[in-house]
Every structure is written in structure tokens, then in C-alpha cells.
Ligand binder design. Sequence first.
Ligand code: NAD
Length: 487
Amino acid sequence: MSSELVSFQAYIDGEWCDAASGRRMVSVNPATEEAWCDFPDCQEEDVDRAVRAAHRAFTEGPWATTTPVERGRILKAIAAALPEHNERLARLEVSDAGKIFTESTGFQKFCADFFMFYGELADKAVGHTFSVPFPGIQSYTHRVPMGVVAAVIPWNNPLWLLSLKLGPALAAGNTIVIKTSELCSAPLLEFMKIVEELVDIPPGVVNFVTGSGEPCGRTLTSHPLVAKIAFTGGPATARRIVANSVDNLAEISLELGGKSPALVFPDADLDNAVASLMAGVFLGSAGQSCVASSRAIVHEDIFDEFLERFTSAASAIRIGDPMSTETQMGPLATEGQRARIQSAVDSAVTAGAELLIGGKAPDAPERGWFFEPTVLLCRDHSLPIVDTELFGPVITVTPFSTEAQAIALANDTKYGLAAGFFTRDLGTAMRLTRAVRAGIQYVNCYRLGAPMARIGGFGDSGKSREGGLDAIYEYTKPANVWINTAV
Ligand code: NAD
């Protein structure tokens, strides 16, 4: 079987390479359940080599003296080249992670916008000058890069999540070691092939290691030469990474999961609310999105009408071949993930949730880890499923009667990533944006993003922000300069 696999290599110190041990891992296509590619299973020594190369490139190589304008040019060149490789990269995301082709191509276009934005941002980092209480002394801050960045990427939307980290990290003058997800490495390695052919980046500035959380991710995030960890993934992994960082005291950004509420008020445009929640939790991603609108909280006056419209729209979703442009929802990423969701839904029903639609694998396609769009009526908001991130096409729906109750239910969560508010009343919308604790808030829309907007959450959704004009500051530190002008 291995002769049929497409083989990928890691990228360390400017060279494509295998793990020193020769160990390899296999990726399985979630839509066909067949192994389709393999890649190095990097161990401690491989990761150590990558971090040391990145550290050398930061301290000794020509990268240290590049200007922000030059670094900006590199990022803009990547942005300009990506569109012609859109389909090539999207096909790999489809095979590796089961993403649907139409959504994946859309995300690749999005990635180019992000790289262009960071290219433009590279020379815009500013410091401060200020007066100090000493005659003849001038004082100011300027921004300096941090050093070696360890970027740990999850499997969903890997190229976009890479752009959020690689863009500002390089713009600011850092070097980087990227650990891809064991579930979706191919698109990122292919991306590096494109970059390598396109621009001249000194060896060691950008490195890709592939492998498991243990030992590859653990070795990277605990490495003493790492200055910043940029992590996107689940809260359980985040806690392990924070523990790893006691060894290097690195700065850490954590972008984690969510169980994001969507509040639908009686004056909402219901067509818009239904369409937004469909896109938020089912269409395209099959709920495998950090901001998935997986917790609907709907006013009692429109509850029945909302449920009728929503379940009817969800039942009509076309599930199937991720490469077909007709397909609206693809498979889950792993068999284990489908089993976990099935078990959570079954337990919720036993505990009192009412299954309105879905709740099982569809009859067709026969192969692939598909799961039907699932709507669970949970009058009791304390059911465990209501605050458990499933990362699948499952939404819980709970009624409310007053605005205060809606806010209390929205905030009744350990997460705080995103929230959607559906109302035509400006005052209601503005009160909600103040009262609901979520880092990304949508009013009468959902699942939008742009390079100039901020991403991040509260609580188990993380403790930092990515994207936006401040992104470059997340990858630099201020250094304070004192100058004696009297000598
Ligand atoms: P995960 O936490 O299982 O894995 C993420 C990455 O961490 C993988 O590369 C994995 O190999 C690595 N890892 C695992 N153990 C490690 C360890 N001990 N040390 C270092 N690295 C380790 O997450 P996943 O299943 O790949 O992705 C899904 C999760 O990501 C969901 O919770 C989702 O909400 C979240 N996510 C968040 C955002 C955001 O911007 N907030 C975006 C996308 C996904």
C-alpha cells in the first residue's frame, strides 16, 4: 500500500528531509477512509535541529539585518502568487482533512488577502517617544522581534491559520518553526514548496516539522530557544502547552475552541437568522469551525417557527463527495471524532434532549466519516452537551423569554469565542455586544472574517488576539532606549 501513497517531507534549515529515525506517519482521506499520503514522524532530535536552525537564522544569518520593507515584499510576493495555486492547495486540504473543495478554495483566496495585509503591515510598527524627568536625556521605545516562534496549527483551515501566524511573525523579523497537524500536513508542506520556488528566504527562517503532539509538539513548545508559542487548537492541548512552556517561559498566544451562542430575538429577520446559523454550524465546515454557532438561544414567541424553518433547511443539505461543487457538507476529520459526537448526542437524548433531526451517520455515502446535520432541542441549558464543543454538525436550541435571560444563557459557558445577535433593534444589539462575553461578535450576520479584524476569545476559548492592525505587536516586544545627549 505504501507505494501508492503520496510522500511529503519536513522542511528544516532550508532543506527537505525525513525524520532522522526514518519513522513516518500516514494520513487517511476522511471521505474515502483510504490512506493517501505519508510524512515524517518527527522526533525530539528533528525538532531540536529545526529550532536550532531557526535560532541561528535569527541571531547570525542575513535575516537579522533585513528591513521591514524587504520582509513586507516577501509576504506580498507570496500573496500575489497564491491565487494561481489555489486549486492545487485546496485539493490537498480536501484529501487530508475532508474539507469541501468550494469552501477550501474560498479560504485560499482569503489566505492571499492575509499575506498581503501582513506584507503591508511590516513597516508600520511604531514605538513611542516621551519626556523623562532628567535634563539632557532622551527616551523612547522601539519594537524588536522576539526570536524563534513555535507555531502549532490544528487541522481545520490549516493554510489560513498558518497565514495568521507566519504573516505577522515574518513581518516582525522573527524566525519560525511550524508544527503541522498530524491530520493535515500536506497543504502546508506544499505551500512551502511554492514559497521556496518563489522567494529567497535564508535557510532556517521558516521550518516545518510534522508529527504527533507527543513528542513533536511537546519538544517544540518546551524548547529552551523558543521565545514565543502561537497555538491554535483545543483547550486540553493548550493546558499541556502552557505546562510545556515552564521550560522556556515563552510568550504564549492561545486561540482555542468555543460553544458560541446565537441569540434570535422576536424582531429578527428570520430568513437571515436561519441562513446565518446554517452557514455558522453546518454548511461548508460541517461544524468543524472554531466559531461554529452551535448553541442557538431563541425567543419563545418565534421558537416554533424558527425550529420549523431551521430543521427544514438543515434536512435539505446535500452531503457527499467533497470535490463536487454540489456538495454543501463534507465528512468529519476522523472516525474517532464521529464516534465521540455520536456518543455525545446519544447521551444527551438519554439525559432529556429532544432529537429533532439527524443524530447519526447518513445512509449515503456509504464510505466516509459523514454525520447528519443534527438539531437537539435542549429546554434544560444545563445539559452537558450544551457546553461541550463537539466540532461537528450539531446545534442545541434553547428558548428564552427576556433579554436578561438570553444574556444569562449566552454567558452560561466556559468558552467565549464568538456570539451572534439577531435583532433589528439597535439598542438591543448594542446592549448585547456589551453584556455577552465573546471576543468575536456578529450582529445579523455570522462567520465573517477579514485581515484587519481581531480574532480571539475569553476563558477556555483562549487568552490572546490574532489578526488586525495590532497583529505585528503580538510578534514584537518594546525595547526602551535611554540616550544621554550631553556627551
Ligand atoms: P488539538 O488541540 O487536538 O491539536 C492542535 C495541534 O496541537 C496539533 O498540531 C497537535 O498535534 C498539537 N498538539 C497536541 N498535543 C500537543 C502537545 N502536548 N504539545 C504541543 N502540541 C500538541 O486541536 P485540533 O483537533 O487539531 O483542532 C480543533 C480545535 O482547534 C478545536 O477546539 C477548535 O475550536 C480549535 N480551533 C480554534 C481556532 C481559533 O482561532 N480560536 C481556529 C481553528 C480551530
